[in-house]
Write a protein that binds this ligand. Structure first.
Ligand code: NAD
Ligand code: UDX
Length: 464
């Protein structure tokens, strides 16, 4: 079977870029990305392609190439489901904030709503693709909903987790390390469905990089990949604290161990803590699943990755307070960067949010500059924590348009995101306009310690 019409439910950080690349590489397939969020769809359709709702290097060019040709964005979910022979579900699966599994389990209500809507609308056989990250065995629940509430049509369910990282989504999608497809390998229809999806990716991915497995392995591999990646960051961050008290340098340690081909050099960058919408959510979910099977040692093992990360964020903020003579009350502290990593406007679970919150509790005055994050988003992130009233947040935090404005008259500057532009700021001028002693805290090991110390800064970097 050749897929001619694809629908993707969810036009977010995954659905948008993934479908844009599928459409770019498969001109004969019509791809419609749908969402209930009208504002988001309007932004995807903005005539000025630079206004699309997600900032990713190279994405606007891909959208410009395919949009209106075979890539469409719409709020008419029913129509897109009806027309499609393959439906990707790419809706959010956040950590539950209520009831059983609160704070741990993935909230699957959006997934279930999609399944029920597909079951109601579908009039011909369809392949359903789990693109969202889901707990292992979710496909079983989807199948039961689809088969019991549908119009008697046949649904094949595939798992096709997405491994793109934000900030490099376009290159990750163009050249994936692997594409993982899980399906029912034991039935003819299952194998046909798998092949149909393999054929879509085969437009640009070599067969060796397309891996097929059973559904459960595929679902669990996604959680496992994120757990392993986050574990490396927590491991090096644990070492960063030990480096600071022993005069070892975490960058040198990372280089030394990374040259061991069994360890490898990637994901060994000590930082103020990992953020992003995936790592914490997916590990918490893994911990919850392990506990639900009574596997307490497995659960405790992985939970430690999160506890270490929480500690890293807290200790960075505490270091600022301690260094500033044990009080930041009424002091201006500039935060450079708010996004959870460079080259994205996504702020979900960003370390900056937690460091800011800690410093606000110490009555600091925070000034933020981020090249891609809006004031509205920064305030929303803080309000969401619910630590203090919205009025107080607005009184204590200011968002400005340049790094220089953020740092002027500040007692301290903290680099929270590794944006390239921070490396080439006029640090001499910034030093001149700061209060003295001028403290600089590098949460990303982005800056040149020697050069900045020579300029007069009191310089601290994570891990040395
Ligand atoms: P997102 O919040 O950016 O996008 C999800 C979109 O789904 C939202 O726009 C929302 O309005 C829409 N939606 C929810 N319910 C809907 C419904 N019933 N009908 C239509 N639209 C609906 O989320 P995201 O970052 O794109 O993540 C989506 C999934 O992909 C999650 O499971 C996540 O874990 C996974 N994932 C994310 C990344 C990443 O880097 N962000 C990477 C790999 C996997
Ligand atoms: C991650 C996974 O990498 C990706 O495969 C998955 O699909 C989604 O989750 P993402 O969260 O977008 O991607 O970014 P990633 O590059 O993994 O960074 C996550 C966080 O870890 C960021 O805050 C980053 O700054 C931090 N990090 C990463 C470090 O602190 N040190 C490192 O060495 C690497």
């Amino acid at each position: 079977m050749k897929v001619k019409n694809i629908c993707c439910i969810g036009a977010g950080y995954v659905g948008g870029p993934t479908m844009a690349i599928i459409a770019q590489k498969s001109p004969e397939i019509t791809v419609t990305v749908v969402d209930i969020n009208e504002k988001r769809i309007a932004a995807w359709n903005d005539p000025d392609v630079e206004q699309i709702p997600i900032y990713e290097p190279g994405l606007s060019e891909v959208v410009a190439e395919a949009r209106g040709r075979n890539l469409f964005f719409s709020t008419d979910v029913d129509a897109a489901i009806d027309a499609a022979d393959m439906i990707f579900i790419s809706v959010n699966t956040p950590t539950k904030t209520y009831g059983m599994g609160k704070g741990m389990a993935a909230d699957l209500k959006y997934i279930e709503l999609c399944a029920r809507q597909i079951a109601r609308v579908a009039k011909n056989d369809k392949i359903i693709v789990e693109k969202s990250t889901l707990p292992v065995r979710t496909a079983e629940a989807l199948k039961r909903i689809l088969d019991n509430t549908g119009n008697g049509v046949n649904f094949q369910i595939l798992s096709n987790p997405e491994f793109l990282a934000e900030g490099t989504a376009v290159t990750d999608l163009h050249k994936p390390d692997r594409v993982l497809i899980g399906g029912d390998l034991d039935s003819e229809k299952g194998r046909e469905a798998i092949q149909a999806l393999v054929d879509v990716y085969a437009h640009w991915v070599t067969p060796d990089n397309i891996l097929t497995t059973n559904v459960w392995s595929s679902e669990l591999s996604k959680l496992t990949a994120n757990a392993f990646l986050a574990q490396r960051v927590s491991s090096i961050n644990a070492m960063s604290e030990l480096c600071e008290v022993t005069e070892a340098d975490v960058q040198e340690v990372a280089k030394a161990i990374g040259m061991d081909s069994r360890i490898g050099p990637k994901f060994l960058k000590a930082s103020v803590g990992f953020g992003g919408s995936c790592f914490q959510k997916d590990i918490l979910n893994l911990v919850y699943i392990a506990k639900s099977f009574g596997l307490n040692e497995v659960a405790d093992y992985w939970e430690q990755v999160i506890l270490m990360n929480d500690h890293q964020k807290r200790r960075f903020a505490a270091k600022i307070v301690k260094t500033l003579f044990n009080t930041v009350s009424g002091k201006k502290i500039a935060l450079l960067g708010w996004a959870f990593k460079k080259d994205t406007n996504d702020t979900r679970e960003s370390a900056a949010i937690y460091v800011a919150d800690y410093l606000l509790n110490e009555q600091a005055e925070i000034v933020v500059y981020d090249p891609k994050v809006t004031q509205e988003q920064i305030l929303a992130d803080l309000d969401y924590l619910g630590t203090r009233s919205e009025e107080e947040n607005r009184k204590l935090i200011t968002v400005v348009n340049t790094a220089e404005a953020a740092c002027a008259e500040a007692h301290a500057v903290a680099v929270m995101t590794e944006w390239d532009e921070f490396k080439t700021l006029d640090w001499e001028a910034i030093y001149t306009h700061m209060l003295k002693p001028a403290f600089l805290f590098d949460g990303r090991r982005l800056l040149d310690k020697e050069a900045l110390t020579d300029l007069g800064f009191e310089f601290y970097a994570i891990g040395s």
